[in-house]
Design a protein. Structure first.
Lengths: 275, 310
């Protein structure tokens, strides 16, 4: 009957590194972990994340939460729901404009459509650069160009989304099966018929479901844009926070969460049917 | 004998009613097509009405947009560009028209960019640390009880519906201006989304390895540590990196509501109508995000590469 330690001893004789790491590796690994923890602690220090600050903040947050309960709209229900509708309208309009912009660009950016690799590369890199600009940054630009109001938000959403959508559209085209249009051409169809009956049925469900995804995320973004002055629910929210009316803040947040959940549910139903 | 007669009669009947069958098929088909077209028409009408309503509400049809909207945009874009003077591009900060004059507060901006990256890293690490244990509870194959699974999943969904900026806005009221509310908001958002992604990776993992450890006497934690984590680590690491990229973008925007990072300078530049400054900061942000994409892509390639080799 061999004991456990016997077995381990025999194993380490046969393959020394299998049971225990060599000490060099162990020291390396431990110093790596310690270094990472020290770096993390230094970053927390830089960001003022001390226990004091956190304790104070969370006490205050507790008080705010107490003020939030029960949520109370103070007679502004219609007003808030209307601004939720404006936010949805912003999201929908922004998505529609983005899709309009992204369709031709997506087609132009697809490797299978434009075979010149230089053109393809420059179009794709342009999308990459544009994608790096956050939607809030576009919104600040558009608000100073168009003034306060939802129109600035719509254009900001469209500009922020179209490079994402164009990239996804291009990829949908590249990933579509090349054989159905070939089959249509082989059986006597012309190019238009090949695209209409061979390519579109493949890519339209994908593109539509990507557009719906964009609509969902735009509903969230549109709420944010309200904070910087593009109207809608974000504006209402910021106003209530500024006057410390946290029971109304809670009501707005609840209404918003219900709205988002509803939209996500409807959109996922449609997407399930598309594919 | 009888079967042959039956067959003959069958084929006779078929021949007789073939026309009838074709006619039935045609009416059925045209009815089907008509219904399809009706549904399509209805869909188009609904979508048009929705879009028209949305454009109306968001003011795209309002008249003031008509006069010179493009002019306003190009005018604005013109103001974004700095007035550089070719003969003293590399002069010092006091000379108008030099690069140094354009990027007049570069030291502060670099410091704020560093703060932005630190907010993103700290929030990603904290969020991932929170998400890992939660993801075990939120995976259908690992959860100790179904009600725990359900609660964790629904809570993470609820937190995910709230955008980071909205959370930061509320947290700024509690924690005051500065990076702290930004870190907490991003941590919450990261934890919620990573819980979902990690849980899905856990659900896709091979359960046999955990069962082997269980039969060899491993407890719950040992099963997870040696049976599950090695399986999901490459996926988990790439999700964390992806989230880090997202968080850098989010942290750059957080400053607009006063939650620290480079966004503070962005909103200051806009309020003081220093459009060329805005453009300069924007260039720095884009440069930073680009750089980070490259770094994280390299790390991700190495991670997946070594995993394949092992």
């Amino acid at each position: 009957m061999t004991t456990r330690s016997d077995l381990i001893e025999r194993a380490s004789l046969i393959a020394p590194n299998s049971v225990h790491l060599p000490w060099v590796n162990r020291v390396g690994r431990w110093s790596g972990w310690i270094g990472a923890v020290v770096l993390f602690g230094w970053m927390c220090h830089n960001l003022d994340l001390s226990v004091d600050v956190l304790a104070q903040g969370f006490t205050k947050l507790g008080n705010l939460t107490k003020a939030m309960l029960p949520p109370f709209a103070n007679g502004a229900e219609i007003n808030i729901l209307q601004s939720l509708l404006v936010t949805f309208a912003m999201a929908l309009s922004g998505t529609a404009l983005a899709v309009l912009l992204a369709l031709p660009l997506g087609i132009a950016g697809a490797k299978t459509v434009i075979r010149n690799s230089g053109v393809h590369f420059s179009i794709r890199r342009t999308f990459d650069v544009l994608r790096a600009v956050p939607v809030l940054v576009w919104a600040l630009i558009m608000i100073s160009a168009f003034g306060l109001g939802p129109i600035a938000g719509v254009i900001a959403l469209a500009l922020a989304d179209f490079p994402h959508l164009a990239k996804q559209f291009a990829e949908a085209l590249e990933n579509s099966d090349a054989r159905p249009p070939q089959a249509i051409i082989a059986s006597g169809g012309d190019r238009l018929e090949a695209v209409r009956l061979g390519v579109l049925p493949q890519v339209i469900p994908v593109m539509a479901s990507q557009s719906l995804y964009t609509l969902e995320s735009n509903f969230r973004h549109a709420a944010i844009l309200g904070v910087v002055g593009a109207g809608g629910i974000g504006f209402e929210l910021q106003e209530r926070i500024r006057i410390f009316a946290f029971d109304q803040v809670a009501w707005i947040v609840l209404a918003y969460v219900v709205g988002v959940t509803l939209l996500d549910w409807i959109s996922s139903q449609i997407r399930a049917r598309l594919t | 004998m009888s079967s042959a007669i039956d067959q003959a009669m069958d084929s006779d009947r078929t021949a007789l009613s073939l026309e009838q069958i074709v006619a039935d098929f045609e009416t059925e088909r045209s009815r089907h097509l008509r219904r399809g077209r009706l549904v399509q028409l209805l869909q188009i009408l609904i979508i048009t009405a929705l879009l028209g309503g949305a454009f109306q509400v968001s003011g795209l049809f309002s008249s003031y947009l008509g006069d010179g909207a493009m002019g306003r945009i190009t005018d604005f874009l013109g103001r974004l560009l700095p007035k550089l003077q070719p003969d003293h591009l590399f002069a010092d900060r006091a000379t108008a028209g030099s690069f140094a004059f354009w990027f007049y507060d570069l030291n502060l901006w670099v410091k704020l960019l560093a703060e932005t990256v630190q907010i993103a890293i700290v929030a990603t690490v904290l969020g991932a640390i929170l998400a890992l244990p939660l993801s075990f509870l939120a995976a259908r194959n690992l959860t100790p009880a179904l009600w725990i699974y359900w609660t964790v999943r629904r809570t993470s969904e609820l937190v995910r519906t709230l955008p980071d900026i909205i959370m930061a806005l509320i947290l700024v009221a509690a924690f005051g201006l500065g990076p702290t509310p930004g870190v907490i908001a991003l941590t919450l958002g990261t934890a919620a989304s990573l819980t979902k992604l990690f849980a899905e990776a856990n659900e896709a993992a091979d359960i046999h390895q955990l069962q082997a450890l269980q039969s060899a006497g491993g407890n719950w934690w040992q099963q997870l540590r040696f049976g599950l984590i090695p399986q999901v680590l490459p996926n988990v690491a790439s999700y964390v990196l992806l989230r880090l990229e997202i968080n850098v973008g989010a942290a750059a925007a957080l400053g607009i509501v006063g939650a620290g990072g480079i966004g503070v300078e962005l909103s200051r530049a806009i309020t003081f109508t220093e459009y060329d400054t805005y453009f300069a900061v924007l260039l720095l942000i884009v440069r930073l995000i680009f750089l980070l994409d490259l770094v994280s892509e390299a790390i991700r390639d190495r991670l997946t590469g070594t995993e394949h080799a092992a």
